[in-house]
Design a protein around this ligand. Structure first.
Ligand code: ADP
Length: 218
């Protein structure tokens, strides 16, 4: 296992195991570590390596060559003490990219104060994302940060049946329709000549409030 190209995932609960399996599915080698024997057994054979270890112990991390990794994810959540101790060891090893999961704002604040640049809040982020889906007619929503979002939705009637150049949507709604999908056909980039049909699906990009307002139109 070439440590620098691989990812170490520490804590294989619901979040860590889903992350580790997704990395594997996309061709990344994964070292998964968890303190719980049953958890380790359950993932045996599904990750490149799965090891039982207590990652709050420096010696355990050294034995697993963790200081050689460029990317480590700390997915320990509920045991905040274990999360903080593990993360502080990783910071001491000067691992270039550390992601750490936070289960609450205070937990995240401590991780940030320690020096973690990539703190993730899976539940909070998912809650906000689902709120956007529940509120509007969106089929999917991705906040890419800095008040910008991508929205998958149905085209409102004002953009149906006429070429996009004649809809003036960028000036009127502050958004752009980047791609569309007609029935079973593949996603296609839009051009000024694209004419959308009411049953199409579109990918809208724009400032969050603009993208959201556009997706509420009928
Ligand atoms: P989730 O909400 O994603 O299921 P949890 O925080 O409940 O996440 O689970 C985190 C995982 O981290 C558990 O499987 C637990 O066994 C593991 N874990 C907790 N403490 C340690 C530790 N000191 N070393 C290694 N793994 C740990």
């Amino acid at each position: 296992m070439a440590e620098a190209d691989s990812v170490a995932v520490i804590g294989l609960g619901r979040f860590g195991s889903a992350l580790a399996l997704e990395l594997m599915a996309n061709g990344t080698e994964v070292l998964g570590i968890d303190a719980d024997e049953d958890t380790v057994q359950g993932l045996n054979g599904l990750l490149t390596h799965v090891v039982r270890a207590d990652t709050t112990k420096e010696e355990a991390l050294r034995q697993l060559a963790i200081p050689e990794f460029d990317r480590v994810v700390v997915a320990i959540g509920s045991d905040i003490e274990a999360s903080i101790l593990t993360t502080s060891l990783l910071l001491r090893f000067n691992i270039p990219q550390i992601w750490a999961k936070a289960v609450s704002d205070p937990h995240g604040a401590i991780l940030e104060q320690l020096g973690v640049k990539r703190v993730i809040y899976p539940e909070k982020d998912m809650g906000r994302r689902v709120a956007h889906l529940v509120r509007g007619a969106m089929q999917d929503y991705l906040d890419v940060g800095d008040n910008f979002a991508l929205v998958k939705t149905q085209p409102p009637s004002i953009v149906v049946g006429i070429p996009l150049r004649d809809t003036n949507i960028r000036a009127r709604y502050g958004i752009t329709i980047s791609a569309y999908k007609h029935g079973d056909q593949p996603w296609t980039y839009t051009t000024m000549d694209t004419v959308l049909a009411s049953g199409d699906t579109v990918l809208v990009a724009g400032q969050t409030e603009h993208a959201e307002a556009f997706s509420q139109l009928r």
